[in-house]
Design a protein around this ligand. Structure first.
Ligand code: SDX
Length: 426
């Protein structure tokens, strides 16, 4: 018997089919079923792709059972503690951690490219007050391509390296602009003397002619949050980015689509929903009522920040953020009442069979919001923070697909359950 294949038998016709097993460097092997339809005349069915690998990748690996996350083979606990977000972005984009000189050059490239075309402001002027920053950001990234229309040749490695750096560098500026415009605040331009994360905080919180008082721990906390969000295998928004990459769409369109997918409250919008949910619950004596709602099959209420498609153990990113939250409670003036409610939810859920039996643990979003709120970042900017962190990962995934020898356009099939051959009514 061939140990490198699996055999599928169709009991309707007694036919058997062999499919190759492809082994991973680490983690689950896959069954290569790319010829299944041709051989069997049938499709596989896997709603939400719970058991489907959509690609080969050497960027990020998650061990959901062990609660482990690696970027290019480096554990997230090492990167979040010992390295900066720019180190991590460079690692994701280039496959190796930067030397000191490489980091210096990359940091200068980010500063140099952090300015956006003045014409972008006319676009932002069109948005109504209080427009959600994620809507503005998604439109802004897509619109960037109109200002760099001469540089959209993705077949040239140099060009798409420039596009990649341009997008990573401009996202924080667009993000800050999204916030300033949606609140009618004066624009703060990037400062060539400031690093990536400090620059963003100043563009967000600054005022013309007023020095922004930033604590080092605030910059480090946000930089760590960016690192923890930088990539995460083939999640929903990365899948959206890869789908656009497979059609040869340029990265501005792909990242704009990723922002749209991430905005959903089941995905990157959960961090904002977690804080709103904690505020709605309000006090620890109401926690039991909402835990019961979360467990009630007839109640659409879900515990935001709990559960994950891959982690059936603690999300390692949540562990890092929980430690930051606890360490910086006083220095960052984190809302202790909301922390009490969050701790009570966690304490009950982690001892309740409903959550344990389903592998529902706190995910990254359960803790990030409390820290972001303490960094004076408004709730409707939480998903935008996620975008800034995730952009290097999205770009790395987009580039990886485009560098494949052959790129197959993403085109799933379906199980058709609709009407057949209807005759038109007279
Ligand atoms: C992110 O994919 C990624 O990697 C995403 C992300 C990234 O970095 O890109 O990690 C970022 O999106 C984190 C997740 C943020 N979302 C939330 O916190 C929203 C709340 N969580 C759920 O909506 C849910 O847990 C998901 C969407 C995160 C995962 O959904 P799955 O894997 O499709 O699981 P499921 O919906 O099939 O649920 C399995 C069971 C169901 O119960 P049964 O039908 O088995 O009885 O668990 C229950 C669900 O009802 N369940 C929950 C729950 N999450 C799942 N019940 C109550 N509260 C919840 N939060």
């Amino acid at each position: 018997m061939n140990k490198n294949t699996v055999t599928l038998t169709n009991n309707r016709n007694g036919k058997s089919y062999e499919f190759d097993i492809l082994d991973a460097t680490v983690g689950p092997s896959v069954i290569n079923i790319s010829t299944l339809y041709k051989e069997t005349g049938m499709f596989t069915y896997d709603e939400g792709y719970t058991s489907t690998a959509s690609c080969k990748s050497d960027i990020t690996y998650i061990d959901g059972g062990a609660g482990k996350l690696m970027y290019r083979g480096y554990d997230i606990s090492y990167l979040s503690k010992e390295k900066t977000f720019l180190d991590t972005a460079y690692l994701l984009l280039n496959g190796e951690l930067p030397t000191e000189d490489e980091l210096g050059a990359f940091s200068f490239e980010m500063q140099k490219r952090s300015f956006v075309h003045e014409g972008v402001k006319k676009l932002f002027d069109a948005f109504p007050d209080r427009a959600h920053p994620m809507a503005i950001l998604s439109a802004g990234v897509s619109a960037l391509s109109t200002f760099y229309y001469k540089h959209l040749d993705i077949t040239s490695p140099q060009e798409y390296k420039e596009m990649s750096n341009r997008i990573v560098a401009k996202i924080p500026t667009l993000a800050a602009l999204s916030y300033r415009y949606s609140n009618g605040l004066p624009i703060i331009y990037p400062d060539m003397d400031k690093g990536f994360t400090e620059n963003f905080l100043c563009m967000l919180r600054g005022y013309p002619h007023e020095y922004v008082e930033l604590k080092e721990i605030e910059i480090k906390a946000l930089d760590t949050i960016f690192t923890l969000h930088a990539d995460h295998e083939q999640n929903a928004s990365t899948t959206a980015v890869r789908n656009l990459a497979s059609t040869n769409a340029h990265p501005y369109a792909a990242i704009s689509a990723g922002i749209g997918a991430l905005w959903g409250r089941s995905h990157g919008g959960a961090n904002e929903s977690v804080i709103r949910q904690l505020e709605m619950i309000g006090t620890v004596d109401r926690v039991d009522e909402f835990i019961a709602k979360a467990k009630d099959k007839n109640d659409p209420f879900r515990l935001m920040g709990f559960g994950h498609r891959v982690y059936k153990n603690f999300d390692p990113r949540a562990t890092v953020l929980k430690n930051i939250r606890n360490e910086l409670m006083d220095e960052l003036c984190i809302d202790s009442e909301l922390v009490e409610v969050a701790n009570k939810i966690e304490q009950i859920a982690l001892n309740d069979d409903y959550f344990i039996s389903r592998g529902l643990y706190p995910n990254i979003d359960f803790y990030s919001g409390l820290i972001l709120q303490a960094l004076k970042i408004p709730k409707d900017m939480f998903a935008v923070i996620f975008v800034i962190g995730r952009t290097p990962g999205w770009i790395a995934q987009w580039s990886e697909l485009n560098q494949q020898k052959t790129v197959k356009i993403a085109r799933p099939r379906q199980l058709y359950i609709g009407p057949n051959d209807r005759t038109p009514e007279h």
